[in-house]
Design a protein around this ligand. Structure first.
Ligand SMILES: Nc1ncnc2c1ncn2[C@@H]1O[C@H](COP(=O)(O)OP(=O)(O)OP(=O)(O)O)[C@@H](O)[C@H]1O
Ligand SMILES: [Zn+2]
Length: 465
């Protein structure tokens, strides 16, 4: 498989370091609020990459952190009058609710920054010992210029970097390029004991530590949104490689932005939709499909119209699948299209895989998926049961790489609340020995497409198939 590596700016053939095992780290959310559609993009695209690796037979070690200590966390917790810990607990729970509904598979592990402080202190100490860091009044900074390869990920040179570097009031850095590894405690902030006094870790050191602790000193893939290339990932490389002397991540993958009117969706600009508000109104898989219909490195404009379109497209897949199930159950008139359908599905599947192999080109892959749906819709009525099952299995197989068509069984078995209410009314009528009314309700249910069965275990209701 080819993957575009930000480090080398080329598409490279991906082979994991250890045969059969992919070790990947994805920067996770800062858990101070609900996640927005922009934050959902890395979740969905890198979950899809993981699914594809698993489909190819790799074991994937997938680590995604929670940043639960940071300025945004502290400000929000203070504003709400709760502790940073309480804030994190709340939004980690909300995160899982959203991610689960988006069919994002649970990571192998979701380490939390505040639970890894000891290892962060150890890594900072290692950098101090090697002369890559220095202490000023309880702060610890990374000596950026000492790391000769600084800038190699963002492809910036030192002059450009100096022009953009900022020194906050109160920071006593040797050089504007240096960045904080440890921040001395300020009034009202949570703090941990360290050899340099009470304080908290900088953001960048968190990810270096969690990636190396759970995946080793050289990992296969490090991923996140493109806004993380600089300074976050550049700094992660500097810290990790300065400490170990080994390459940190072999492949650096970055997703493009979700935009609103061509502007990055972000909390600070206020131009965002939360995942929660969208999946309450639209099928969560529609959001997934919306993301995957674009290539992950391209900018992607978001609008309600586009989500509605993605939902209709998703429905076409579900309807196609449902038709196949019905035809398999009830039989068809002839098998005259067997050869044609089978051949075209095989070709389209090969193209789908080829697109995925080319830097996870889900935009093309979903195109082939919809061609499959059209082919199936055209030919299914004149195919044998065997070929229908073949079609259904291929559809399911490819959709499961994309993480869609996964809420099918659940949807099928769901009995709407108004039907359950009628069943309850009928039970009450029966209890009151009002059999006339009970029969009337049974007929009403029947006309709505449901049959009631009175069994020794109680009343059951089923949809007429
Ligand atoms: N508009 C966007 N499009 C794509 N990815 C994004 C977007 N906004 C944030 N991300 C990604 O979401 C992930 C989580 O980031 P983080 O929690 O730091 O974001 P945030 O603080 O909520 O974002 P922001 O302040 O930009 O709204 C990161 O990988 C980041 O790159
Ligand atoms: Zn990170």
């Amino acid at each position: 498989m080819k993957l575009y590596n930000t480090l080398t700016m080329t598409k490279e053939e991906f082979e994991p370091l250890e045969q059969g095992k992919v070790k990947m780290y994805v920067c996770g959310p800062t858990v101070y609020d609900f996640i927005h559609i922009g934050n959902a993009r890395p979740l969905i695209v890198f979950d899809t990459l993981r699914r594809y690796f698993e489909y190819k037979g790799y074991e994937v070690l997938y680590i995604q952190n929670f940043t639960d200590i940071e300025d945004k966390m502290i400000n929000r917790a203070n504003k709400e009058g709760i502790t940073v810990f309480e804030l994190a607990e709340r939004f980690i729970n909300e995160y899982y609710k959203d991610a689960d509904r988006l069919n994002v598979r649970r990571a192998t592990r979701n380490p939390r920054a505040t639970e890894e402080i000891e290892d962060m202190i150890n890594l900072i100490q290692r950098l101090l010992d090697r002369g890559y860091a220095y202490v000023v009044d309880g702060d610890v900074y990374f000596r950026t210029r000492k790391f000769a390869e600084y800038g190699k990920l963002s492809h910036k040179n030192i002059e450009e970097l100096i022009a953009g570097a900022r020194v906050d009031p109160g920071e006593k850095k040797e050089d504007p390029l240096d960045f904080a590894l440890w921040k001395a405690k300020k009034q009202g902030e949570p703090a941990w004991i360290s050899p340099w006094g009470e304080g908290r870790p900088g953001w960048h050191i968190e990810c270096s530590v969690m990636a190396m602790k759970y995946l080793g000193e050289t990992i296969d893939i490090h991923a996140g949104g493109q806004d993380l290339i600089f300074p976050h990932h550049e700094n992660e490389i500097a810290q990790s490689e300065a400490a170990t002397g080994k390459p940190f991540a072999r492949f650096w993958l970055h997703n493009g932005y979700v935009n609103i009117n061509n502007e990055k969706m972000s909390k600070s600009l206020g131009n965002f939709f939360t995942v929660r508000e969208i999946i309450e109104k639209y099928h969560p898989e529609a959001l997934r499909l919306f993301m995957l219909q674009a290539h992950y490195r391209k900018p992607l404009n978001f609008s309600i119209d586009l989500i509605q379109q993605a939902e209709s497209a998703l429905k076409r897949i579900y309807t196609c699948y449902e038709n196949l199930e019905n035809l398999i159950k009830n039989g068809t008139m002839s098998d005259s299209s067997d050869k044609e359908l089978q051949a075209s599905l095989e070709i389209l599947k090969a193209r789908f895989i080829e697109a995925m192999e080319d830097d996870l080109n889900t935009a093309e892959a979903t195109g082939y998926l919809f061609e499959m749906v059209r082919e199936i819709n055209t030919h299914a009525n004149t195919c044998s049961k065997e070929v229908l099952i073949f079609a259904k299995d291929i559809l399911k197989e490819l959709c499961s790489i994309l993480g869609i068509l996964e809420q099918y069984e659940e949807k099928k078995d769901e009995i709407p609340p108004e039907i359950l209410e009628l069943v309850e009314k009928r039970n009450e009528a029966r209890k009151a020995k009002n059999f006339l009314e009970a029969d009337r309700i049974r007929d009403e249910l029947k006309s709505l497409g449901y049959i009631v069965l009175d069994t020794p275990q109680g009343t059951k209701v089923e949809r007429v198939k």
